[in-house]
Design a protein around this ligand. Structure first.
Ligand code: SAJ
Length: 432
């Protein structure tokens, strides 16, 4: 990997992607400035600490901050490369909201100079990188932007989506292949030179719109495949068949690879990005749209199943295991587990106990519900009903002897040895 102490890099947005990216770039010897609008994030990073839980990130950040290779600020400064890693949420009608991306571009425009490279990493609707280019052209008429006058341009602009999996971010930042879409081929080559500093995977160049659509496609692919698994779980429930066993058996076919059902799809990516495709081509996306509805519908189904179970045992305390959107992380964004637990807490109040090893207090949605946060041992001792919402390792490790007398709704299939009579399925709705 290349190392160049002269290179100055600004990363805009110090969230789940921006902070690890900034730290990894700083490790290559570049001088990195992380820019974030949240004062507490700036202070935390400058003190060498992290505000997000991610494997090995704390040690990396404290090291690069101590060496002076990474610092954070609310103010931007001139640099050679600008990486935009800000959120792209959607509005109530599922229309993508690229306000933060355009704000970041506006911030960059103030310090942009000839020779600089701007790379957008945020998941974005197709056409966003060109909109960034148009905005920069408008704000900085003194600079030639790419794609307007052939290859001659003063700055390079490219789209390169992040593809890292929470929980494995530092590994995947280095090892995953990268798709680099330039506004022009020359822009793509400049961005490629930058990624070569820290990426061990292949760096493949293409156009900006193709790279933008590639990112959306990857997450829509996963959403559609999870929807298939979730739909199967509903079918299997009505037949009294164990869906986990059916999937295990079907996956023994050499060309079948079904994903896992769960309480719905969460996180800030897979539950969001497919809508960008649906919004862009509503007449051509019945499958992608339906997958989203199936996955969201699964959460409602789990709430109904859990409620039936809880009402069949009046007064018994209920343990909801997990709030995170997936196993072994502290991220509760768009979490179906949180939605289920919140709905149950609103309905059944203090009967509901939450077990979440990644939370020290209950998040705001539980305020005023009467629900309490307890640890797994207390749950095993005092809760005859258990709703498994997240497959955290600590839940997976509970042996059958400690839960054989419980009535369990296992939405993640982590306890296949749970006695059938104590396992809730649609067909066993009134057991208990
Ligand atoms: N899930 C299931 N069943 C499965 C797999 C996942 O219900 O078989 C659920 C999870 O529990 C979770 C949600 O789906 O609620 C998403 O989890 P995930 O592990 O599939 O993905 P994310 O959101 O953590 O990260 C995804 C990744 N995209 C793909 O795998 C195509 C990651 O590579 C992206 O970088 C990330 O989105 C992103 O930032 O876009």
């Amino acid at each position: 990997m290349l190392s160049d102490t002269e290179l100055n890099v600004v990363v805009l947005g110090l969230g789940y992607i921006g902070l690890p990216t900034a730290a990894v770039i700083a490790r290559t010897g570049a001088k990195v400035l992380g820019v974030d609008v949240t004062e507490s994030v700036v202070e935390t990073v400058n003190s060498g600490r992290v505000h997000i839980e991610e494997v090995d990130l704390d040690g990396l950040v404290s090291g690069v901050v101590a060496r002076g290779a990474l610092r954070a600020s609310a103010q931007i400064a001139p640099a050679d490369v600008f990486v935009i890693a800000v959120p792209t949420p959607f509005a109530a009608d599922h229309a993508p909201d690229i306000t933060y991306v355009l704000q970041a571009a506006t911030t960059i425009a103030a310090v942009l100079k000839a020779g600089d490279t701007i790379i957008l990493e945020s998941t974005s609707p197709v056409g966003t990188t060109e909109r960034v280019r148009d905005l920069l052209a408008q704000l900085r008429p003194d600079l030639r932007v790419p794609g307007r006058a052939g290859e001659a341009a003063d700055v390079a602009i490219a789209y390169c989506p992040e593809r890292v999996l929470p929980g494995r971010i530092l590994v995947e930042l280095i090892d995953n292949d990268r798709v680099i879409g330039g506004i022009t081929p020359r822009c793509a080559r400049k961005a490629l030179t930058f990624y070569r500093r820290f990426v061990r995977g292949a760096c493949v160049t293409t156009t900006a719109p193709a790279a933008e659509m590639t990112k959306l496609t990857e997450n829509a692919f996963r959403d559609v495949n999870i929807a298939f698994a979730n739909e199967l779980s509903l079918v299997a429930d009505t037949m009294g068949v164990d869906v986990w066993e059916v999937i295990r058996l079907a996956n023994r076919h050499p060309r079948v690879n079904i994903l896992q059902p769960g309480p719905g799809v969460g996180g800030h990516c897979i539950a969001v990005d497919p809508w960008f495709l649906v919004h862009a081509a509503p007449d051509h996306t019945p499958l992608i749209r339906t997958a989203r509805l199936v996955n969201d519908g699964k959460t409602d189904h789990v709430i109904a199943q859990a409620s039936a179970m809880i009402e069949a045992r009046p007064d018994a305390p209920v343990a909801c295991l997990g709030l995170a959107f997936k196993a072994n992380i502290d991220d509760f964004r768009e979490s179906p587990a949180l939605k289920v637990a919140q709905a149950l807490a609103q309905r059944y109040g203090e009967r509901v106990r939450i077990v979440e090893p990644y939370a020290s207090t209950l998040p705001a949605p539980f305020d005023g519900t009467g629900a309490t946060l307890i640890d797994i041992d207390t749950a095993i001792e005092g809760c005859p009903i258990m709703i498994v919402l997240v497959d955290h390792d600590v839940f997976r490790s509970v042996p059958v002897e400690e839960r054989s007398d419980k009535l369990v709704l296992d939405t993640r299939g982590i306890w296949p040895d749970q006695p059938a009579a104590a396992r809730q399925t649609e067909s066993l709705r009134l057991v208990g």
